[in-house]
Design a protein around this ligand. Structure first.
Ligand code: SF4
Length: 443
């Protein structure tokens, strides 16, 4: 709501009880989220309700808190990451169907549990297994669901049959997971089951009209914990619908469409084209992407992409600025310096390790900027580095008086030497050249 729209709902007496000189000033502060409505004692109940509804996030958040982990889906407030940030990372799921031989399904669940990676200091993984019931006999579906619950992963279960889902819900009543109805036209029983079990429900939709229809059915039974499930006939249609749902909920304030969205990749895609398709959904604007492949390379690409998108663009990813010991470094080990930008740190450290030369690495606080950016922003100047060297006590850490500076900032070496009494030796520009440099380096 704009300040003027809020103003129309206020008493307009300018009594100043809220601490603001006028109702208009208070309305502007509310619109800027700098004040709380509680400060006005005279606001009517109707206005309070209207304002509370408008303060609700445009896209609902669905949270799954289970013994296997927890995730929040949806809850986004902007269309583009540079406007603010994206909050709740798109979950990645492996799709396992009971149409495949049961042994293949169990193998896929097992493979999904191994889709864990370490990237720039963070543990990232594929979180969900999405079990699909396609047969009228649900015994394989139940068998696969049991295996999914034992796998240590989060679980989503999709079946046309609410009865098949109900059987699994009763067997695993202590777990939290997503249940899904593949068809919007056929979701009434699923809605009842979700409401009774307290589980979130994803409903398959092929068009915006179907999404609206599902929203209407859900609100008619007062059920709010639902998501949209998209599996359209082509990737471009799915992408188009993801974009339309996001735009309509954020730009047109369409609350009926403001829901997390699960996007399922095409059946026919091979592992590479499926990864490309899924990457588009991660970018725009799926809350969960469901893929068939368990190829680690495809999942690493997806979780890396997600990690890059779901960071605050105003806060570069950084590591702690301090003096690190790499290997069994001693008083006579080389001393190197770099910045605290994560990607720089995680490029430099493996190369030092690969050299097998134990080193001390002084990571200077450059507010998460890389070497050249930090230097040009005056965050990696000789004065700042000299201060960091003093603070971390490098004179006691090493007995020699040499410090290796990154090749890109050779220009700082003279002044750094003058300020610290250490000879600033110019190292390589690229981290990949460090092993060779360190092997040949003489103190
Ligand atoms: S307390 Fe309410 S009525 Fe009084 S000035 Fe503030 S907003 Fe207006």
């Amino acid at each position: 709501m704009t300040g003027l729209e809020i103003y129309k709902l206020l008493p307009k007496t300018n009594c100043k009880k809220c601490g603001y000189p006028t109702c208009l000033a208070f309305a502007m502060a509310l619109a800027a989220k700098k004040a709380s409505l509680e400060k006005c004692p005279d606001v009517t109940e109707a206005a309070r309700l209207a304002l509370a509804a408008s303060a609700e996030p445009p896209i609902k958040t669905v949270e799954i808190k289970d013994a296997a982990g927890s995730v929040k889906l949806g809850g986004e407030t902007v269309l583009f990451r540079h406007e603010k940030t994206f909050w709740n990372p798109c979950a990645i799921a492996v799709r396992v169907s009971d149409a495949d031989p049961a042994a293949d399904g169990l193998e896929a669940i097992d493979a999904a549990t191994r889709l864990k990676f370490e990237r720039v200091g963070e543990q990232v993984r594929t979180e969900f297994v999405f079990i699909e019931n396609t047969k009228s006999d649900d015994s394989d579906f139940r068998h696969l669901s049991d295996a999914a619950f034992q796998s240590g992963m989060l679980v989503a279960l999709c079946s046309k049959s609410a009865a098949a889902l109900e059987a699994v819900c009763s067997a695993h009543s202590d777990r939290k997971f997503i249940i899904a109805a593949p068809l919007a036209a056929d979701c009434r029983e699923h809605l009842k089951l979700a409401a009774a079990s307290g589980l979130p429900l994803a409903v398959g939709c092929n068009s915006l009209d179907e999404c609206l229809e599902v929203s209407a059915k859900a609100s008619s039974v007062n059920f709010a914990n639902f998501l949209f499930l998209l599996k359209l006939s082509s990737p471009s249609e799915t992408l188009d619908m993801l974009v339309q749902l996001r735009r309509l909920s954020l730009k047109k304030n369409n609350r009926a469409l403001g829901r997390p969205v699960i996007a399922v990749t095409s059946d026919s895609a091979d592992a590479v084209s499926e990864a490309v398709e899924a990457a588009q959904y991660v970018e725009k604007y799926a809350s969960m992407v469901v893929v068939k492949t368990t190829e680690p390379a495809a999942h690493l690409a997806l979780v890396s992409l997600r990690q890059n998108i779901y960071t605050d663009p105003q806060k570069p990813v950084s590591v702690e600025a301090k003096l690190y010991k790499i290997g069994a470094a001693t008083l006579s080990s080389p001393l190197l310096i770099t910045t605290n930008f994560s990607l720089t740190y995680y490029s430099v450290v493996p190369e030092i390790e690969a050299s097998k030369v134990p080193c001390h690495l002084l990571v200077v606080d450059t507010e998460g900027m890389s070497v050249l950016t930090a230097w040009s922003a005056d965050k990696f100047s000789p004065e700042i580095i000299a201060e960091a060297m003093k603070k971390t006590g490098v004179t006691e850490t090493v007995s020699h008086r040499k410090v290796v500076v990154p090749g890109y900032v050779a220009v700082i070496s003279g002044k750094l030497s003058d300020l610290t009494g250490f000879e600033a030796v110019v190292g390589p520009k690229e981290a990949s050249a460090l092993p060779r440099f360190l092997k040949e380096f003489k103190l």
